[in-house]
Ligand binder design. Structure first.
Ligand code: AMP
Ligand code: GLY
Length: 425
């Protein structure tokens, strides 16, 4: 099978590595890819927003399956364009991708189908005064979310009315998130452990992959600003035999049913962000794609035929036995640039990327290659990912941290407590 993977981050490097090892894949192209994906496939310099060029490339090279990594091309309708031209795609259509692209759509869907999530109200820019009024009446903390995509930065947990008003102003007055902030969801604050679970689906049937726990805040002990994710581990023991049933029956199944009834059948990876509250699992958010960095720790746990899983889902008849959990554990620690998620500098040379053992993979997230040197080129730079064959989180953590200390670039920063919540538990 000839496969084209769209994207250029750490998630795509992890996907590319997994796909390239699969016996069903005869040729892997990554559009545009990064210096890491180049080691496992062929990078093609076509950017994710150039849908025409992607279509032409796939037609010319008789691509059997396109896998779309990031949310932006999905929300912009790349799937629809490729499908119309007879190309098989793993990833939802524009209508189905609204589950991530419009938070108000996802929240209203959950309300209509009684899918457990935080209580909420939606406000438009034109109703600024109503929204302020509403903020006078609610309990704090409260959560304010820009409706559209905002690179993980559109969510504020407001401790007081003043914080909430400020967050609302960022959306409605300062337009900090562009049109993504013209509408906001204001929702109840939930507490509990967070978990991310991927449902691979053909629209009707689905397979749940092992659950992961992301670490969204920049500093240890979940302090500081939200980021795209500073590290993850899988499987997480917070998702257990008891609550997985609830997640499947009360969240995943009704969501797929709802999408079908809305005429937006969902094909691809449905990312379900959960809060495991004292009242049971509730949805924090849905994403229309694999998570980053959760993918980095979930894929090493799968044995079997991963390409077959995605291809059969894209063809409308998922092969539910294509992959199995292999019994292992994985920890990913993100090496970030000093200053991230605010302003940071780029272009520093990265040292120590060679000579890792089999149980370590260093995925490139924000790097570039110049004259044979690998330089930093983003906020999240590398995803140092360990694998332990045993279900031993302590060991997987130790392997990951041993490896990251061998890597160096100016201003390198990483969290020291990835997976500690589960280890303590
Ligand atoms: P989201 O982009 O919706 O996943 O939000 C980013 C992060 O904000 C989540 O991973 C949670 O840590 C936090 N968050 C979002 N919504 C809530 C909520 N209703 N209650 C508590 N924390 C939340
Ligand atoms: N790790 C969070 C996300 O992929 O949205």
């Amino acid at each position: 099978m000839k496969i084209a993977l769209i994207g250029s981050g750490g998630r795509e490097h992890a996907l590319a590595a997994k796909i390239s090892e699969d016996k069903s894949c005869s040729k892997l192209f990554i559009l545009p890819g990064n210096p890491g994906t180049k080691q496992v496939g062929e990078n093609i310099s076509i950017v994710q927003d150039d849908h025409n060029a992607i279509l032409n490339f796939c037609t010319e090279h008789k691509i059997d399956l396109v896998i779309i990594g990031p949310e932006k091309p999905l929300i912009d309708g790349l799937t629809d364009k490729l499908i119309k031209n007879g190309i098989k795609v793993f990833g939802p259509t524009l209508q189905a991708a609204r589950i991530e692209g419009e938070k108000s759509f996802a929240k209203n869907l959950m309300k209509e189908y009684n899918i457990p999530t935080a209580a909420f109200e939606v406000f438009n820019k034109e109703n600024y005064d109503y929204a302020i009024n509403y903020l006078h009446k609610v309990d704090y903390p409260i959560v304010i979310k820009a409706d559209g995509i905002a690179a993980g930065k559109g969510v504020t947990i407001a401790e007081s009315f003043d914080d909430a008003k400020e967050a609302l102003k960022e959306c409605f007055v300062n337009s900090s998130f562009g049109s993504s902030g013209d509408k906001v969801v204001i929702e109840e604050f939930m507490s509990g452990q967070e978990a991310s679970i991927f449902a691979i689906t053909d629209g009707l049937d689905y397979v749940l992959l092992p659950a992961a726990q992301d670490h969204k805040r920049i500093f240890d002990d979940d302090k500081g600003k939200n980021t795209g994710g500073m590290g993850a581990y899988a499987p997480t023991s917070f998702v257990n035999e008891k609550n997985i049933e609830v997640i499947a029956k009360e969240i995943i199944e009704p969501t797929l049913k709802a999408m079908n009834e809305k005429g937006s059948s969902y094909v691809g990876c449905l990312y379900c962000g959960l809060m495991l509250t004292s009242q049971g699992p509730k949805v924090v958010e849905f994403n229309c794609r694999f998570g980053d960095p959760e993918t980095q720790v979930v894929l090493p746990l799968l044995e079997g035929n991963f390409v077959e899983l995605l291809y059969s889902a894209a063809c409308g008849k998922i092969n539910k036995g294509a992959v199995r959990y292999n019994g292992g554990t994985s920890v990913c620690v993100v090496a970030a640039s000093k200053g991230y998620p605010d302003k940071f500098e780029k272009g520093f040379e990265i040292y120590g990327l060679e000579n890792f053992q089999q149980n370590i993979k260093v995925y490139h997230a924000g790097t570039k290659e110049v004259d044979g040197k690998i330089l930093t080129n983003g906020g999240r730079v590398l995803d140092v990912t360990s694998f332990s064959e045993k279900n031993n989180l302590n060991e997987a953590k130790r392997i990951a941290y041993d490896a990251i200390t061998k890597i160096h670039f100016d201003g390198m920063y990483y969290r020291k407590d990835i997976s500690d919540k589960a280890i303590k538990e």
